[in-house]
Design a binder for this molecule. Structure first.
Ligand SMILES: *[C@@H]1O[C@H](CO)[C@@H](O)[C@H](O)[C@H]1NC(C)=O
Ligand SMILES: *[C@@H]1O[C@H](CO)[C@@H](O)[C@H](O)[C@H]1NC(C)=O
Ligand SMILES: *[C@@H]1O[C@H](CO)[C@@H](O)[C@H](O)[C@H]1NC(C)=O
Ligand SMILES: *[C@@H]1O[C@H](CO)[C@@H](O)[C@H](O)[C@H]1NC(C)=O
Ligand SMILES: *[C@@H]1O[C@H](CO)[C@@H](O)[C@H](O)[C@H]1NC(C)=O
Ligand SMILES: *[C@@H]1O[C@H](CO)[C@@H](O)[C@H](O)[C@H]1NC(C)=O
Length: 456
């Protein structure tokens, strides 16, 4: 479909959950010329959706052309909106599976309880203990369950509204003067959908899956990543072996290529990097220039430095590294909220400072001062504006400290992280995949994370 064409010269298909609206053209019968829009047919498709075909007029009068373009734009918008809702629906659906598993657990507790009450179990003391433990495990999930129910209702409501808008679009030919009204409603819908998605997307880390090894390559230390802001279809993997004095970045076309081949393009950076804290964000590589506290933004497409800025007072050259060393003084990362730098300063006694950076200018938007010594942190990563810190890089590892930039408070936690190859030199969250990317002793591994909504 050529996006430059007006409605009258192309096919448009609009799929909107409950309804399907198809605009076809140009209209063949000349009798339609007087009638700007014609509802051609209405039927049910195999999935039970209502299918509606609108015949667009074939003419090139200026006012109609502009109206066509306007409608076309609107249709695009609703189509975008509907695919967002579909994605949201899918996510809610998969998360609801967790909830269902919990309900199964609750039911099994209930059954046990009945068995004990009916005196079928001889050792009831043990049974009671088992139930108490299970109930203690499940209690924190009750507010989560309630939140999911509220979210599901929200998604349902959006579906209804979107359906309504699509119906209005379908009846557009009768009252074209309502176009701006519909336009407003679409915009409103879009805003509310975004707010809803943000709410569903963000949450508190409650679990990390077992690791999956994607590849075994390179030295003990390094970093690898994908761009969370990449447009759909751009699945490139970026790979940086080593923690110092290297300046070659590998680009693999996809995760599949990364796993199965050594087929890559190499980018030579104007300066070597320090540490493993690089991040690829919105088409640029952000890295810490070797032996400095300079952050460089390197445009990967143009192959040039587009910005560079010193991170004032930040320690470098192994002054405030993570516990594994490796010049890991400055760690750059991205989450749902943007770009971040994690580092430490002498002024803050070597404790971690979190700075949100403007990805355009690299200037610091805001900083948070923690009381966690950087050198005793294993690694750290940011999810939904909260920094999670691990207790070490070798042996049994867990996430044990979290600092929320939202509330400027910290808490201790205990989330196990399986450290399969015993030497973690990079750990970063990717908000697009909702996964942790790690470099573990020459193995490139991924973890899934479980996030629960923050209950207000
Ligand atoms: C629909 O989404 C595409 C790709 O994300 C974007 O280029 C386009 O501008 C969007 N259309 C509207 C009307 O928002
Ligand atoms: C759907 O449209 C009808 C009229 O066409 C209106 O009365 C109703 O309030 C709309 N519902 C929503 C959720 O916008
Ligand atoms: C390597 O990549 C090039 C270009 O993307 C492609 O033409 C070639 O077939 C690839 N080779 C292998 C072995 O995958
Ligand atoms: C991403 O890059 C595009 C084009 O370079 C720019 O317009 C957009 O503002 C950037 N987005 C963010 C979040 O930096
Ligand atoms: C942080 O606060 C903002 C507004 O105050 C809110 O929209 C957002 O959901 C909060 N994020 C988390 C993770 O609580
Ligand atoms: C993460 O979850 C997705 C969806 O369930 C799955 O396809 C993928 O293999 C998982 N990845 C890891 C690293 O567990």
């Amino acid at each position: 479909m050529d996006s430059e064409e007006t409605v009258s010269g192309s096919w448009l298909a609009l799929l909107l959950l409950g309804a399907q609206l198809t605009v076809v053209g140009p209209a063949a019968p000349s009798s339609l010329r007087d009638d700007p829009w014609q509802v051609y047919s209405s039927a049910q498709d195999p999935e039970g959706r209502c299918t509606c075909t609108v015949v667009a007029p074939q003419q090139n009068m200026c006012n109609r052309d502009s109206r066509s373009r306007q409608l076309r734009h609107l249709l695009d918008k609703v189509q975008n909106l509907s695919s967002s809702i579909a994605a949201l629906d899918l996510r809610t659906h998969s998360e609801l599976q967790f909830v269902e598993q919990m309900e199964t657990q609750l039911k099994s507790v209930e059954t046990r309880f009945q068995q004990v009450q009916e005196g079928r179990e001889s050792n009831s003391a043990r049974q009671y203990k088992w139930m108490r433990e299970k109930m203690a495990e499940l209690r924190p999930l009750i507010p989560v369950l309630e939140s999911y129910r509220a979210d599901a209702a929200l998604v349902r409501k959006f579906k209804e509204e979107a359906l309504n808008v699509s119906e209005e679009l379908a009846s557009l030919q009768e009252h074209v003067h309502d176009l701006s009204d519909v336009h407003e409603r679409v915009q409103d819908l879009e805003l509310r959908l975004k707010a809803c998605m943000n709410r569903l997307a963000c949450g508190k880390l409650t679990g990390i899956s077992d690791p999956v090894t994607m590849k075994t390559s390179g030295s003990r230390f390094g970093s690898w990543m994908t761009d969370p802001m990449a447009p759909p279809g751009d699945t490139r993997v970026w790979y940086m072996d080593g923690y110092h004095n290297n300046r070659f970045v590998r680009e693999y076309p996809s995760l599949g290529d990364f796993m199965s081949s050594e087929n890559f393009t190499s980018h030579r950076l104007p300066h070597p990097w320090s540490g493993t804290g690089q991040v690829v964000y919105n088409g640029s590589l952000f890295f810490n220039k070797f032996q400095s506290h300079t952050i460089i933004k390197f445009d990967l497409k143009a192959g040039v430095i587009s910005r560079s800025r010193t991170l004032d007072f930040a320690g470098y050259n192994n002054m405030y590294h993570y516990s594994w060393g490796g010049h890991s003084d400055i760690d750059l990362m991205a989450d749902e909220g943007g770009l971040w730098a994690i580092y430490a300063t002498h002024q803050n006694a070597g404790n971690i400072i979190i700075s949100q950076l403007d990805p355009e200018s690299l200037s610091i938007l805001r900083s948070w001062v923690t009381d966690h010594p950087k050198r005793s942190a294993g690694e750290s990563f940011m999810i939904c504006g909260t920094l999670y810190v691990t207790n070490g890089y070798s042996g049994g590892t867990k996430v044990y400290y979290a600092y929320s930039t939202n509330s400027s408070t910290y808490e201790y936690m205990d989330i196990p992280l399986v450290n399969k190859y015993s030497h973690l030199s990079m750990l970063d969250y990717n908000p697009r995949d909702r996964a942790l990317y790690a470099w573990n002793n020459g193995h490139q591994v991924l973890y899934n994370v479980t996030l629960y909504h923050i209950i207000q």
